[in-house]
Design a protein around this ligand. Structure first.
Ligand SMILES: Nc1ncnc2c1ncn2[C@@H]1O[C@H](COP(=O)(O)OP(=O)(O)OP(=O)(O)O)[C@@H](O)[C@H]1O
Length: 362
């Protein structure tokens, strides 16, 4: 039998293109000679489908950061990986420049050509991810009170709203992509699936000095997208069907998360064995299945059911952030204190030192 020859990186036919460092680098000029050797890797804190996240210490300053490393030399999907990493980097830069206090602060971004990785050095969020927090509560038989759910959903509304206000759709809002910061507030992370809203008519005005009114773009086809992204369980029907969608898709995800926090069940997920394909089919048949899910999981407070139905709804009827904030589900919520992180969270992580990783399951 012929020996199987494995193509080296150099002679592969579809060798991936090398990413441009100038497009990716961030803040390197302010701190000379920053590269991967500037950081001591302490431990792994997360593993996603695209990257690995470590807690690191900068050697000269002793500052602690989270470092996300995204390898780009996989021959099968490197173009996709490069696109995702750039989007993530660009959205994080937008968070920094537009003062989004619900996104992780980006400190540096650089490419390591030797190990073929993108590197994003960001603020370390020590409270762990919200999904793990919910899972722990469920395992401890300590389900959320309606007051706690109201708080977290209000925080998520503000996270999504701030992301939209800087001119981006997130498209992958899910509990795993929400982190808890040191003060117990939610931060929306993982921008690999996000998309910048492009106003083809007045691109300059969108990011000019005048704050743009993005609500006016909500149903403007020139600001809607048809590519297929996201995580099926929380994906809006118009995204699953690949038809034109707008930033309202992120509020469908909010509705799916609200349902899950109240019932402890994933919406449109019948059992842990439900396949991705089946979840997509279920979302396609959402009208009937939503009624079934709601009647099967009673009691759900009427006011919460009403908000779920206003979010798991056809895009043209779905509430936007202004209408969501006025919904009776949020009675008693002080939106100013939520958006300025002054509201008291129900849980504040106990952090004993800057490199404490006790809220990350390992
Ligand atoms: N700034 C941060 N501080 C602390 N932990 C973080 C931070 N960013 C990410 N993590 C951890 O790393 C995990 C993976 O990160 P992330 O979701 O960004 O990776 P990904 O490869 O894009 O994931 P996905 O599979 O969702 O696309 C997160 O779930 C979280 O536990």
């Amino acid at each position: 039998m012929e020996p199987i020859s494995i193509a080296s990186l150099e002679n592969r036919l579809n060798r991936p293109s090398e990413p441009e460092e100038v497009e990716f680098n961030y803040k390197l000029e302010e701190s000379s000679n920053i590269d991967i050797k500037s950081f001591e890797i302490l431990s792994t804190i997360g593993n996603g489908s695209y990257g690995e996240v470590f807690i690191v210490k900068q050697k000269d300053t002793e500052n602690v950061y989270a470092l996300k490393k995204i390898p780009y030399h996989d021959v099968f999907d490197s173009e996709l990986v490069i696109k995702r990493a750039k989007r993530e980097r660009d959205a994080m830069v937008a968070c920094n420049t537009r003062g989004n206090n619900r996104g992780p602060k980006l400190h540096y971004a650089f490419i390591d050509k030797e190990e073929a990785t993108f590197n994003l050095v960001m603020e370390y969020l020590p409270g762990g991810d919200f999904n793990s927090h919910c899972y722990k509560r469920q395992c401890d038989n300590n389900s959320f009170t309606m007051q706690e759910i109201q708080f977290y959903i209000a925080e998520l509304v503000v996270c999504i709203e701030q992301f939209h206000n800087m001119g981006w759709l997130h498209r992958d809002v899910k509990p795993e992509n929400l982190m808890i910061n040191r003060d117990g507030h939610l931060v929306l992370c993982d921008y690999g699936s996000s998309k910048q809203i492009v106003n083809t008519n007045s691109a300059d005005k969108v990011f000019g000095n005048t704050p743009p009114n993005f609500t006016s773009f909500l149903r403007n086809p020139s600001c809607s997208y048809t590519s297929y992204v996201g995580t099926p369980q929380y994906m809006a029907v118009e995204v699953v069907q690949g038809i034109i969608y707008s930033k309202l898709c992120d509020y469908w995800s909010l509705g799916a998360i609200l349902f899950e926090l109240i019932t402890g069940q994933g919406l449109f997920v019948e059992s842990p064995d439900t396949t991705e394909q089946k979840i997509r089919e279920n979302i396609g048949n959402w009208r009937g299945l939503l009624n079934t899910a709601i009647s099967k999981n009673q009691p759900i407070p009427k006011v919460a059911e009403s908000l779920i139905r206003d979010l798991i709804a056809p895009e043209r009827k779905r509430l936007d952030s202004n209408a969501i904030k006025k919904h009776p589900f949020f009675e008693g919520i002080d939106w100013l204190s939520i958006s300025t992180c002054k509201a008291t969270p129900p849980f504040v992580p106990n952090i004993s030192h800057p490199t404490d990783t006790s809220h990350f399951g390992q």
